[in-house]
Design a protein around this ligand. Structure first.
Ligand code: HSE
Length: 432
């Protein structure tokens, strides 16, 4: 029998406990191992979570788990990067295997945690840290082991995807939809991590580390949020055949790794553009398999619990078969590749200028773009209001970020342009 101790009895803790209790027989049939939920530690063990926990399982002392020699696997479901870090390192040093759903912890302290686990000869499972119930870590580590990974594109934050989807279908303002998301309990009370792309960046750092065998951290990720996206840009994007999504993008380009989270215009005929609401999706391209796409719930008690329990089952199997460490948590570098500086990233761009409607304006703007090697694919001007500012939209061919930043600085200074230009990167096929 393999004994499990859960620390943190919140949403995911409840989902994990529910699955372990309800599907214990099924898990035994499938793995041949009896997985027993021995302990759950939380400061609040009185609140009704809607499940019946057997007598003697609940405790307010995490110590009861660390010091129990019969507990093989500690599941950290506290969240955050402070107490959770102590809990994980304590469990590792007590010779226990660890399962965690904590993306922030791994994206910030992953290197230290994996080193400690290697030294102690224990496993760290983290399937639930990225894209909730979608088994994307297993896909990258095992299912696609035969492939050199070329690119990963992910909608890996449900809150922002919900907000952008609602803004698209209801033509609503960002702040109104955010309030609704908060009312429905999707967005955190402090939604900064979601809307500023931090949560996606945590998850992308983890995915990229596995995909490319280089241990990236949050600091390596270029990050932009969605709070500045307006219904006007969503409409214009739609008209041009695109949907705006907050994407985590990592790819290998000429031996360097791109690592970025930002709003992105995705062609409407790409499957990932159809992923709406709180759902997540991850597109992975391998050199052998080609394009693959994984879709599902990225959050919630049972979907995330499903991922946590899959790690528990893997570790239980490895213990039972004397194969602990069968798959290294973080694969060694296949061919260590440096991070690509954002300045060197090449992308297509959407610019929206608020330009005074008078002769010669477009040539001033296109002159500056041309001077910086930015080639225009198409231009649209929606209204005609002589002498007044109107939206002028430019789609570009592939251009270098550094050139774009320089050109934008120059254009934003022009008197014929009101305010700052809006810039959204565009993925997909070249137009024009
Ligand atoms: N805040 C996250 C999301 C929850 O919106 O996807 C799961 O990490």
């Amino acid at each position: 029998m393999i004994n499990v101790g859960i620390i943190g009895f919140g949403t995911v803790g409840t989902g994990t406990a529910t699955i372990l209790l309800k599907n214990r027989g099924l898990l035994k049939q499938r793995t041949g191992v009896d997985i027993n939920l021995k302990r759950i530690a939380d400061l609040d063990i009185r609140r009704d979570r809607g499940i019946r926990i057997p007598k003697g399982v609940l405790t307010t002392r995490a110590e009861d788990i660390f010091s129990d020699p019969d507990i093989h696997i500690v599941v950290e479901l506290i969240g955050g990067t402070t107490i959770a870090k102590d809990v994980v390192l304590r469990a590792i040093r007590s010779g226990k295997h660890v399962v965690t759903a904590n993306k922030a912890l791994l994206a910030v302290h992953g290197i230290e945690i994996f080193r400690a686990a290697e030294k102690a000869g224990v496993e760290v499972g983290f399937e639930a840290s990225v894209a909730g119930g979608i088994p994307i870590i297993k896909v990258l580590r095992e299912g696609l082991v035969a492939n050199r990974i070329k690119a990963v594109y992910g909608i890996i934050n449900g809150t922002t995807n919900y907000i952008l989807s609602k803004m698209t279908t209801e033509k609503a303002e960002f702040s109104d939809v955010l309030k609704e998301a908060q009312r429905l309990g999707y967005a955190e009370a402090d939604p900064t991590y979601d809307i500023e792309g931090v949560d996606s960046a945590h998850k992308l750092a983890i995915l990229a580390s596995i995909a490319f065998g280089v241990q990236f951290t949050l600091r390596d990720v270029h990050r932009e949020g969605i709070s500045w996206i307006s219904p006007m840009d969503i409409d214009l994007a739609e008209e041009l055949g695109y949907t705006i999504k907050l994407l985590g993008i990592t790819k290998e380009t000429n031996g360097r790794i791109e690592l970025r989270v930002h709003p992105t215009m995705v062609p409407q005929d790409f499957l990932i553009s159809k992923v709406d609401g709180v759902f997540n999706a991850v597109y992975v391209e391998g050199d052998a398999v080609g394009s693959t796409l994984y879709y599902g719930r990225g959050a919630g008690a049972l979907p995330t619990g499903s991922a946590v329990v899959s790690d528990i089952a893997d570790i239980a199997l490895n213990i039972a078969n004397n194969s602990v460490g069968r798959i290294p948590a973080m694969p060694g570098a296949i061919n260590p590749m440096p991070l690509m500086k954002m300045d060197d990233v090449v992308s297509m761009y959407y610019f929206r200028f608020s330009a005074i409607d008078k002769p010669g304006v477009l040539s001033r703007i296109s002159g500056i773009l041309g001077k910086h090697n930015i080639s225009i694919a198409s231009v649209i001007q929606k209204e005609r209001l002589a002498g007044k500012a109107v939206p002028l939209v430019v789609l570009t061919h592939r251009a270098r970020e550094k050139d774009v930043v320089t050109a934008m600085k120059e254009i934003n200074k022009l008197k014929i342009v009101a305010g700052k230009a809006v810039l959204i990167r565009v993925e997909g096929r070249e137009q024009g």
